[in-house]
Design a protein around this ligand. Sequence first.
Ligand code: BES
Ligand code: MN
Ligand code: ZN
Length: 506
Amino acid sequence: MTSSISVSGADPRTQKVDTLALGVPEGEATVGLCGELLGAIPGGRAEVKRQGFTGQAGQVFESLAAGAAKAARLVLIGLGPGEELDGPAWRRFAAEAARRAAAVQATTLAVVMPAETARPDDDASVAHPIAQGVVLGGYRFERYKTGDRAASRSLRRVVLLTPGRVTAKQKADADLGRRVAAAVCRARDLINTAPNDLYPEAMADYARSMAKEYKDRGLTCRVLKHGQLLTKGMNLIDAVGRGSARKPVLIHLQYKPKTRKGAGLKRLVFVGKGVTFDTGGICIKPAPGMEEMKGDMGGAANTIALMAAVAETMPEAEVHGIVGSAENMPDGDAYRPGDIFRSYSGKTVEVINTDAEGRLVLADALHYATELEPDFIMDNATLTGAMVVSLGMTYSGFFSNREELAEALQAASVRAGERLWHLPLIEELREKLQSKWADLKHVGDRWGGAITAALFLQEFVGDIPWIHVDVAGPSMASKDYDIYTRGGTGQGVLTYLELIEHLIQT
Ligand code: BES
Ligand code: MN
Ligand code: ZN
């Protein structure tokens, strides 16, 4: 993990670093600092021309600096059209810079920032998204790598170079950006951790120790262990966890701001699906790719990471993070199709397919959330393969019982530069959840599978303003892209932070 990010007004050419990274707007490879550096590298301009590097978004040109600068290597990164450069574009640029640096095991990196006027739309310094990008792009997960397979060196010093005078605001924003991105990396760590190490009680331990770390910033944690789930009547979470030797839990993180108390403070609740491994249970999944189901706690990981980010940014709202966690295993005591359980809400639910376990865990966790009488509930879950069929691997789809909330989340996703898309709660599909025996069954048919899952969840939130985000596609990445690295992504957390800011203001 990048340990230090500083801001300096020094000339990029004077920086003795392993990698010097420069963003190049489209059509500007031959002018300004880029043109000068290339001119000073023997054959530099000709090579850039040969490779067709013009500064298009996604293009990268790498070279030894060859005396053109004190740095060992030079990385030029295409930014695309100069007029369109917003925070997310600078974040992506910095992520690519860090990724390229990490790929050659650089330990020091200098990133050239634009003049602050290049981003007039926002009062935050561009140092904020750039610092985030550096941390997110430079992320590596090496817990299980030993000997030669572990990277022997990692990025430890990063300097952001500003063409103007260094301001206190830039330094503070770079630091905040680094800390928020480190919070997002918690989601990645949790997702990437092997399921034998990350089981429900292990996730609860993680949340508990995280809350301890952030005690002074208003974070607390309460864990309902298996026995308490049973006494409270959270029979759906219990049902899903029944086949596993690892006991299910409910994790409740809470952030209370220190500066203001009581009236007027919004109460916002985030709920995550924490299925630490999803075999499908008795309706067992096919073996190929089943190892990916260690990531079935991606919604929980996002929720926990968001709570860390909230502790870092300390918004003026009461924020709760609730995780229902269980391992879905086949076993002699596992739940089965045909079983009927009384949910925590009191509604009875007929189980159709034990592989649709996420919505059961969430149903009890959502009802627990409603008991807090919040102004807003959002849940995050790797809920359906149907969502991956709809939107592919890079977009999350979301549903809401309030049109204005859906619009607010869509707008927040644009500000955060993350890929989320609004889908409809189609009422006429609700009849598919009618059960012959119980109040509800938990699965419809194949068609509109992500929507019927959302409709099922809606049964457990009453009329509280609510958003459900199905992160099944982008929660894990099969390759590096944008600000994400292969494996767990934490996609969504930056958007939810933006949404919290919006909800406080309205
Ligand atoms: N965890 C899966 C959904 C999933 C699929 C997440 C692919 C990430 C990638 C979920 O528990 C599941 O198995 N859903 C079933 C529901 C079906 C049985 C109604 C599905 O989508 O097939
Ligand atoms: Mn499943
Ligand atoms: Zn699942």
